[in-house]
Design a protein around this ligand. Structure first.
Ligand code: AMP
Length: 469
């Protein structure tokens, strides 16, 4: 049969309600075949070589969540845009510059999740979770979308681990949450330090912001362009500026802790005492405010330990690097979003950034990520051996044996070499003769000694050799 010639694509006028036809849609088959699709700017693929870190982090998160009794929750990527505008607040980069917002077919304004806390609070209210016994502890592992300027460690889609506790206001709960986050990094093998501050109640913060604004107004002519805008739009964010010309001004600025009432101060100091009791490394960071509207009390961020620089006098200084994660208390958000008054505290940790920091840390300290360990290598010779081998592999997997194999390799030499490279103690060889005899050869890779066993006895013999019985 001769292949049909591809018909030229007819150009028809687009119907009025349809979007304009893109060039690609009218391309011929040959043109279509040539087209390759690039990754969308700011997006990234996670490749198998990084997957081992992702897996370790995820398993660590699951185990910490179980230990601290947090229940997994998943919320949709899309929420009403108003949810984020109301909770994160105007004047923040997330809302003003970075949120992916679009109009849905029914005209409603939707946003792709830029952060987890607001959506989780919405889910807490929508699902009536206040009916559960308090505190309600939830966690999630989700994609976040921010239309940020892409660069190393900054993507337009990134992942975060979020833990939130609703319903109880107690310094022990704040400390428990910080310890849970610290444990996640510990399990991952990444040494971190916590920076800690309190942004107080809205009334305390309002008094402080007044003082801060008047201080910065006097220095206006020395500030960077962005900070001049922040001065009128969101003065607290002046403290986040990493610009060299603004840092010395910030270092002389009034500190929010001095503007807290006795009760708030006491609450904050109790958290610090709990952290002292468990001896985890923290630094008081008087200018840490985390810039989002909903915080009302303790705020914290995590940095890799190596990113905290030490001056020749031994004084720790804040590094210019960006945080691995952070969080804080937000006692008014659930009520502001239409729920019952519900104090809450939570954190969000960036997955990509933690993994990047871990890779850097391992490289710097010449640490090698352990390779997967296999019990045996399964070598086959010929088609019938592959067929029978597949069945044997399935059975042995059920029996809990970890088996390496490669059906693409044909020669015994190549398969023994592969087995040698991954340092398995035994190779199971299934050749044509063994297929007929319903036997296999077990080769001890250290001594080179080989023995023949029947198919039925294979699993038990291997387990005995591995000391698993
Ligand atoms: P934030 O809510 O902005 O404090 O973000 C929490 C954590 O998510 C940060 O500390 C980062 O580790 C991570 N993160 C935030 N934005 C990005 C991004 N654009 N790309 C990668 N990771 C991010």
């Amino acid at each position: 049969m001769t292949p049909k010639k591809s018909k030229p694509v007819k150009k028809s006028a687009p119907a009025k309600s349809n979007p304009p036809v893109k060039k690609e849609a009218s391309a011929t088959g040959a043109e279509k075949a040539k087209k390759t699709y690039a990754l969308v700017r700011g997006m990234h693929d996670v490749l198998p070589k990084e997957e081992k870190f992702w897996k370790r982090f995820y398993h660590g998160v699951e185990s910490v969540a179980d230990y601290f009794q947090f229940g997994r929750i998943e919320t949709p990527v899309l929420e009403e845009a108003g949810l984020y505008i109301r909770s994160v607040g105007k004047g923040t980069d997330i809302i003003d510059k970075e949120m992916y917002v679009f109009e849905d077919k029914d005209g409603s304004k939707l946003a792709m999740r830029p952060e987890a806390t607001a959506g989780l609070a919405r889910a807490f209210i929508s699902n009536g979770l206040w009916n559960l016994s308090q505190p309600v502890k939830v966690w999630c592992w989700e994609s976040m979308f921010r239309h940020d300027r892409p660069q190393a460690g900054r993507y337009r889609e990134h992942h975060q681990v979020d833990f939130e506790v609703y319903g109880i206001k107690d310094p022990a709960i704040d400390a428990e949450l910080i310890v849970a986050a610290y444990s996640l990094y510990q399990d991952l093998g990444l040494p971190v330090e916590i920076r800690l501050n309190s942004v107080g109640t809205p009334a305390e913060r309002a008094r402080y912001v007044e003082e801060l604004t008047s201080y910065y107004r006097q220095k206006r002519s020395y500030l960077c362009e962005d900070c001049r805008v922040r001065l009128t739009k969101n003065p607290l964010r002046l403290l986040d500026c990493k610009n060299e010309q603004c840092l010395p001004i910030r270092d002389e600025a009034p500190q929010i802790l001095d503007w807290l009432d006795e009760e708030s101060k006491k609450y904050f100091m109790k958290i610090v005492e709990y952290l002292d009791a468990v001896s985890i490394p923290y630094t008081l960071a008087p200018y840490l405010v985390r810039g989002l509207d909903y915080y009302t009390g303790v705020v914290f961020e995590f940095y890799t330990l190596s990113e905290t620089e030490t001056t020749p006098e031994g004084v720790k200084t804040e590094s210019q690097q960006s945080a691995l994660g952070g969080g804080g208390r937000y006692d008014l958000l659930v009520e502001e979003l239409g729920g019952r008054p519900t104090p809450a505290v939570g954190f969000g940790l960036g997955v990509e950034r933690a993994i990047m920091a871990l890779e850097q840390y391992q490289r710097k300290n010449h640490l090698v990520e352990p390779e997967p360990v296999y019990d045996i290598y399964f070598a086959q010779l010929g088609e019938e051996a592959k067929r029978q081998g597949l069945k044997m592999l399935m059975e042995m997997r059920k029996g809990g044996l970890k088996i390496a194999f490669n059906f693409a390799k044909g020669s015994l030499k190549a398969q023994l070499e592969a087995a040698n490279n991954i340092k398995v103690p035994y190779v199971v060889i299934l050749g044509q003769k063994e297929v007929q005899d319903e036997t296999v050869i077990i080769r001890d890779m250290e001594s080179g000694v080989q023995e023949i066993v029947g198919h039925k006895k294979l699993e038990a013999t291997i387990k005995k050799k591995l000391g698993r019985v």
